[in-house]
Design a binder for this molecule. Structure first.
Ligand SMILES: Nc1ncnc2c1ncn2[C@@H]1O[C@H](COP(=O)(O)OP(=O)(O)OP(=O)(O)O)[C@@H](O)[C@H]1O
Ligand SMILES: [Mg+2]
Length: 337
């Protein structure tokens, strides 16, 4: 892989929250890369740090409680030069420019980014005008064009409607239109389809796939739903309690999972006709405020647990070409961190 293929490189990111009971290690040493044009899937149970990872990249953390305490988030331009996002002022001009022109994010609940008192058109126009020097008329044309692109019928009329006049699926499309109006290099989609029914979900996934095929946007797709990952992701990282416990190509993760947690996730994929959400593995994600340091956080739930798991944090082992697992049980392989 040449350096010019890399768009984003997260190195040993640690984002902690201040709480009354001490630090909560929401993200605790996460590393991964995103290449140009690829989709990286992030999976893991609720509370494992997926959204906090995304918000760290966007620098939209609640700063009164959250702090990036270690690590780097390197964002690369086309010449292969990088800027470390963690060193930028979240409200400063450089970070605003990255948020507006380079990286955008869509959320599970579209009303998080749509304002109920403005029309859909006004909001997309504002996003367009913030980043492109165009007049109102052109911005309106761009807004209509974007709505059309994301499959909103009669966009020239819909552009003047308010968010509450749109259905859930339409609002999600409008949010995608807004996020894409600046032609981002990276789109972070944080559970964009969880709140939607299955048919609309499939339409939104197809829409993202189409947009990606035509624009070569990189996507970070965060989801509980392994079916979505199977449809979209080139590579996958599996998170557990603030760690990346396994990473690899989608084939590695689906067909050759190495970490007992990932294997558990794969066994819990429901068959067609059954409930669509993951059937959880026995036990639950540990309390991140009370993590005993120096062992594997998955040990209490692990079927392969050995004595060492309760004594020493497992390193990350290389188990294949691009395939890594943080588990003692995979042992006897090359240690990478
Ligand atoms: N503002 C906050 N203050 C304190 N703790 C927080 C805050 N936001 C998130 N956390 C904690 O950080 C941890 C990671 O949360 P995060 O939202 O990243 O989980 P997630 O993997 O996105 O889960 P989900 O799948 O439910 O969206 C959780 O333990 C959560 O309780
Ligand atoms: Mg989340």
């Amino acid at each position: 892989m040449s350096d010019k293929d890399i768009l984003l490189e997260v190195q040993n990111l640690k984002t902690h929250f201040r709480t009354e009971r001490g630090p909560l290690r929401a993200v605790d040493g996460v590393s991964f890369t995103v290449r140009r044009g690829e989709t990286l899937g992030i999976v893991g149970e609720s509370g494992c740090g997926k959204s906090v990872t995304a918000k760290s990249i966007m620098q939209i953390l609640p700063l009164s409680q959250a702090k990036i305490v270690a690590g780097k988030i390197l964002y690369y331009n086309e010449r292969g030069e990088s800027v470390d996002i963690t060193t930028l002022d979240p409200q400063g001009p450089e970070m605003r420019s990255i948020r507006g022109n380079e990286i955008s994010m869509i959320f599970q609940e579209p009303m998080t980014s749509l304002n109920p008192v403005y029309t859909i058109g006004q909001q997309i126009m504002e996003a367009v005008q913030l980043h492109q020097k165009v007049n109102r008329e052109t911005a309106r044309d761009v807004a209509i064009e974007m709505l059309e692109k994301v499959g909103i019928p009669a966009p020239a009329e819909r552009v003047d409607q308010y968010p509450h006049e749109f259905s859930g699926g339409m609002r999600q499309r409008a949010m995608i239109a807004m996020a894409l109006s600046c032609n981002p290099k990276l789109l972070i989609a944080d559970e964009p389809t969880t709140a939607l029914d299955v048919t609309v979900e499939a339409q939104i996934i197809n829409l993202l796939l189409d947009l990606q095929a035509t624009s070569r946007t990189s996507v970070i797709m965060i989801t509980h739903d392994l079916n979505v990952i199977g449809d979209m992701a080139d590579r996958v990282i599996v998170m557990y309690a603030g760690w990346v416990v396994e990473s690899g190509t989608a084939e590695d993760i689906f067909y050759r999972p190495q970490h007992p947690y990932t294997r558990g996730l794969m066994h819990s994929i429901p068959r067609i006709g059954e409930a669509k959400r993951l059937v959880p593995i026995k036990g639950s994600v540990p309390d991140l405020k009370n993590l005993p340091q120096g062992w594997c956080y998955f040990a209490p739930r692990c079927e392969k647990v050995e004595t060492i798991c309760a004594r020493k944090e497992p390193p990350t082992f290389r188990v294949g070409d691009e395939h890594f697992a943080k588990c003692w049980a995979v042992g006897e392989k090359e240690v990478v961190s």
